[in-house]
Design a protein around this ligand. Sequence first.
Ligand code: 26V
Length: 843
Amino acid sequence: MNRKSTIEVASSEVESLPRPGSAEMAMVLRQYGCGPIPFVGTENAFYERHLLFDRAINPQVATAHERFEAFSRSVRDILAQRWVSTKETYEKTNAKRVYYLSLEFLIGRSLANNVSNLLLDPVARHSAKTKGVDWLELLDQEPDAGLGNGGLGRLAACFLDSMATMQLPATGYGLRYEYGMFKQSIANGWQQEDPDNWLRDVDPWEIARPHERVEVRIGCSFEWRGGNFHVVRNQPSTLIGIPYDRPVVGYGGKTINTLRLWAASAPDSFNFQEFGTGDFIGALSETLEAESLTRVLYPDDSTTAGQGLRFLQEYFLVACSLADIVRRFRRHNTDWNDLPEKAAIQLNDTHPSMAVAELLRILLDDACLGWDDAWELTKKTLAYTNHTLLPEALEKWPVAWFEILLPRHLEIIYEINRRLLDEVRFRFPGDEGRVQRVSLVEEVSARKIRMANLAIVGSHSTNGVAAVHSKLLRMLTVKDLAEMYPERFSNKTNGVTPRRWLLQANPALSREISQAIGNGWITDLSQLRELRRYAKDGSFCEAFLASKREAKAQFADWLKATTGQIVDPDTIFDCQVKRIHEYKRQLLNALRIIVVYNRLRSNPSRDIIPRTFFFAGKAAPAYHLAKLIIKFINNLAATIDADPVVRGRLKVVFVPEYNVSLAERLVPASDVSNQISTAGYEASGTSNMKFMMNGALTVGTRDGATIEMAEEAGEENLFLFGLTVEQVENSRAWYSPYWHYENEPEIRGALNLIFSDHFSPNEPGVFAPLRDTLLTQGDHYMHLADLTSYCRAQERLGDLYADPQAWAHKAILNIACSGKFSSDRTIAEYASEIWKVKPCPVQ
Ligand code: 26V
């Protein structure tokens, strides 16, 4: 696919939009299909109309949140006509569509994003100003839609942005969790979780479409007894899925796609008959049990152990979305054989992989096709993306749950498996080991269905998310299946949307870039290459450094205002922000800080450039070691703060409640990006890309997409260190952390300081589990093997920072070479190689 032609949008107007109320403004609005809209662009009213007529509120006394809601509705008014036209175009042309199924969409805030993508920034700011509304304060009213755990969910949101910008006919399907990712706070160093009631206030972006409800049948019922749900076997019941649509605005506002989120409800929200007989709780229970299905996002990104509700959530998403897709297909097509020509369904990890059995079920039982036809159509329609190799994150669901909830699906899965194993025995006679490994059923005492195997066998495409990850997936994790179906496997290196992560998050740097090379980069990030010419240009380097200083100062102000913490923007901002996981090695980062701390304690006059170390990220509520790591970082921060020897030179900050909005503030303000996972464990990483685009230098291991970042920018422009994937694998058998403890004095010094309760004088022994993981239990993630080379890489980086010109040079080269990591590039690859879909410009 020709990338430029698909992303051809009018971006030149960004800075030069006409004044509200002018004839030119009316033309811009017409371009969006709005015609003259009386309340936008006139001096006397925009959001007032919504305050008064939607909410019956006197605009003079509206709260900040009510103003946000009304303002957002005004923006929605502007895009509504175009949204309808987009849908009509897709219907009329009967174009092949992409359906992106994901249990997670980490959307973040929408107002600033939608205004920016509609090219309405200057208008919106002007309107706010004339009303005496503080624009930034207004934006801050919006809850951060945290319907995801981390990278996988944020990737889904970036993909939606790219698909709309590239005018691809695409729909996202997910769940409308009433509670998103929990809110994190810190008490005495420990993570506390609080529910994220993000829908407490009306959400101006969602539109309920109850008339498009779908029914989902399951094989059992539930009873609400004594405050608990009980399964009633062999008594099938029905759930209702109500769709809530959200607009996905492509850059330039030409295409407005839809993110459709399903909410569960009971068939009749109230059973009057039972109410009449006085069984009040009985009448409500059906509603309670059904609605609790989409109540909350699972806040864990690696284990599903024992979570039946999660199993049901996955099926509910699949059943609602496929019913919707099939219904739409049938409106315009009569021949079931055309399904793969009209629909490409992408499964975001195995979470929606019951789609294999559900689509087969529809084709067999509803369309009455024979097995062979149904099977071919299923495979041709579905595609699967793998996002992790961690064994504990590879989903396996108990056969017993299928028996109770989805008996027909289990029957279908058994039949797929029977045919699959026949094929294995035919192609690899006598290889029973292979039969065992490939089987969809794990034959352990409690038998389980291997969802990754199901997704691979039942689709035409399996991809990993970075080159090294795709290779490991093929050669290790699912080797046998890759040998059987080599043509199904490919790599699609992740990307991030440059609209949210550069244009909107970093206005100062964006301005400098556009001044130097024009603004074509916004929709064609490869144009950043032009910046290489400026990497040695003294005035551009100055401008880069000034924009970084501005972002750092802004972050420092925000941090002080919201948390009271004071940081100095003239220190190096050195960041590691991501979920807390042992394999991501926040502990390695903490250990190198202790090494530096010890050096300063033993030689207080040592000359170093002052640094501020930022950590942020959430731990799964049941992941005790991850929570202890947070506690440790907070105690380290407190100890360093209290030590006059290092004060002003080292500062550690754990910023609570990491979410999309916090990333948007912190990434532009960072000088140093730590991407330090044990090689082979981070599938791709996507914050690494955001930091690179924003001119931070990477200190990292050769893992995930960081490897490709180094290929793009040249290894000499990153600070790579540590064991490679091969070295990790080859040294597993004999690796001993004790060797490092005994032979490397600085490592021993750092660990002994922890063990001596230096960081926990009032809580002796609290960090003992760190000794267990780093020494006694063998240091599975090999922190100690990489600590020395990590420290050296950080020292080299410190030396470079001392020369601002040289630093700016490298940072600009990194920005210039970050073009590959636009999600537009990723989506162009999915579209041409997997989905075979083409842009469908709105008519
Ligand atoms: C697993 C589970 C299982 C328990 C229930 C909830 C849940 C949620 C998510 C997951 C899988 C997590 C996999 C994941 O997030 N992978 C990340 O995907 C990013 C986008 O491809 C990638 O950049 C990261 O490297 C990878 O860790």
